[in-house]
Design a protein around this ligand. Structure first.
Ligand code: DAH
Length: 330
């Protein structure tokens, strides 16, 4: 018994010197003071001693355990106060971690700008589906079957009567068919054209359509609206011109160009949108009384606007998802 006590005593001393943190503290506690720990075992052995030997060891054993327990508690306190102190020892002067924050796609930003300009003029915003009927995309807009104007837009046909819309003008059709004039709306969305892919054209792009129908709408109002728009988007001193043009769904029709002046290169006129007074045929097709109502419409490409605004020279950049490009537009 005496030997056992001495062995545990010296083993405990040396184990104590290995305690450096909470986990070594815990393993020492388990080894000596748990229910199956060495002290518990020692007391088991003590119980098994012959009666006459018990008084000799009882006191020693109790003392030994108390001393060990006291020493252990002392170490425990030190360890715990040390870790508490460590928690407080945060270096508040360290710089914080920087998280990279993404940004809206440049096309979304450009569309938001366009929307805000027109919302300020009292326009509402409508959308329509990208899969359209031939009827909505062409027929109702005064493109008769086999009309050569259909060739202006290379179409992805899905079947004889359905296609991927080639422009946002069919949303005008939906608006007029399903609602009652007056209308004052813009209609943004994605459109598709089966064109050879190059820096200038892609198989899909985005447009914003505009439609105003009321009893007293004039071409002068159309002009004023679009000039205001161009000045808001490109700056007060943007140089612009209206040039007469042709669209099946407007009469008369025009295109708006703005003067583009790159640094150290010759400037040129660039088309930014098509527009015109809604052809009475279109109104009649859709149950709008063309004797009572008159309207104007316009359509523009969002990519085109963003390219001009930011000096981007390749439309494919919008679709490459290259962060080096996209993150420039914060
Ligand atoms: N839909 C035409 C296109 O994609 C653009 C356009 C021109 C829309 C004149 C209009 C408009 O509403 O009046 O080329």
């Amino acid at each position: 018994m005496k030997e056992k006590i001495e062995t545990i005593h010296s083993e405990f001393e040396s184990d104590c010197s290995t305690i450096t943190d909470k986990s070594t503290l815990e393993s020492v506690r388990i080894k000596y003071f748990s229910r199956n720990g060495l002290f518990a075992k020692l007391f088991e052995d003590f119980k098994a001693l012959p009666k006459e030997e018990k008084p000799k060891y009882g006191k020693v054993l109790n003392q030994e355990k108390q001393i060990a327990q006291a020493k252990f508690n002392e170490i425990k306190e030190k360890i715990e106060s040390k870790s508490e102190k460590q928690n407080v020892d945060i270096d508040l002067s360290l710089p914080g971690r920087k998280y990279k924050i993404g940004n809206l796609h440049v096309l979304t930003q450009t569309l938001n700008e366009i929307k805000n300009i027109f919302k300020g003029l009292g326009f509402s915003v409508h959308t329509g589906p990208e899969i359209e009927s031939d009827e909505n995309n062409f027929e109702m807009l005064n493109f008769p079957p086999d009309h050569p104007a259909r060739d202006m837009q290379d179409t992805y046909f899905l079947s004889n009567s359905f296609l991927l819309r080639t422009h946002t003008s069919p949303v005008q059709v939906r608006l007029m068919r399903n609602g009652k004039p007056p209308f004052r709306a813009i209609m943004p969305g994605r459109v598709y054209r089966n064109e050879a892919i190059s820096a200038k054209s892609y198989c899909l792009f985005h447009q914003v359509e505009g439609l105003v129908i009321d009893t007293d709408v004039t071409f002068a109002e159309l002009k004023a609206t679009l000039v205001y728009f161009a000045k808001q988007l490109f700056g007060e001193d943007v140089k612009y011109r209206f040039r007469s043009s042709f669209f099946p769904f407007t009469e008369p029709s025009a295109e708006v160009d703005i003067w583009w002046q790159p640094k150290n290169k010759p400037g040129k006129w660039l088309e930014i949108l098509g527009c015109g007074m809604v052809d009475p045929n279109v109104l009649n097709n859709l149950g709008v009384d063309s004797e009572k109502y008159i309207g104007y419409a316009f359509g523009m490409g969002i990519e085109r606007m963003a390219m001009l605004k930011y000096g981007i020279d390749d439309i494919r950049l919008f679709y490459d998802n290259d962060n080096r490009f996209l993150s420039q537009f914060k």
